[in-house]
Design a protein around this ligand. Sequence first.
Ligand code: G
Ligand code: G
Ligand code: MN
Ligand code: NA
Length: 254
Amino acid sequence: LELEQALRVGIDRQELRLYYQPIVQARSLELVALEALVRWQHPTLGLLPPGRFIPVAETSDLIVRLGDWVLREACRQLREWRAQWPGLCMTVNVAPRQFARPGFAASVRALLAEYALDPDALILEVTEGAVMAEDGTPHEAAMAGTGLNLALDDFGTGYSSISRLHRLPAQWLKMDRSLIQDQGEPEGGRSSRPIVRALITFAHEAGLKVVAEGVERPEQLRELQDWGCDLIQGYLIARPAPPEALDLHGLFYP
Ligand code: G
Ligand code: G
Ligand code: MN
Ligand code: NA
């Protein structure tokens, strides 16, 4: 409760920061998008990662205020970057509680209009559980025709379900880094290689582009390229960084 109170004050005092991590084309390594990742510059504890405060925020409507701030700041920054990089996209993580709110889709569309951003420039990262209501139908914001682009985040963990994939109007599937980190290991019984390959095939059949998260080694990149994975994110390409430390021009890798 103490942390929750401090976070409320911290949001008002503009203590939140966005870091950005590049997402690149698997083959050309050309920059496609940046994922916005929130941090909290706490006055005494220093820079806190989201794992330290998102779970607390998620227990109340504080996550909605935090999420609104993140969306607005990401749009503001994207607008600025697109002056130099016209095709650049931004992905923003959206918590289940925020995504499920009535009117959420309309509020995002209004924000895009306010910053004169093409709706295709913004991709909302949601987990599969967040997309579905309790009765098994998609939430309003996950229905076709809302004009929002979705990426299914953390796919391959928890309860992500392959059988419902084709019914969601998502554009991207983000394979969780736990799958990728096993994938480049020497051949062995516990390799997740077959799963990664099958996921890529299945997602393509459902019309989704596939993002591999947590790519750290060149061998992983090469395999993912061979298997037709579309997009790559991970320390091999770049770590999350604040805007002033991001070198978008120097992003091309061997
Ligand atoms: O940056 P880092 O690897 O520490 O992020 C850890 C987790 O925090 C990720 O799973 C990510 O989805 C989540 N996260 C990061 N930024 C945001 C945000 O702005 N909103 C929400 N809801 N989650 C975020
Ligand atoms: O759940 P979500 O996918 O939003 O989480 C993204 C998180 O993954 C960020 O916190 C980021 O710091 C972390 N991350 C990004 N690339 C890598 C990587 O190559 N290796 C590891 N271990 N973590 C990564
Ligand atoms: Mn994410
Ligand atoms: Na993820």
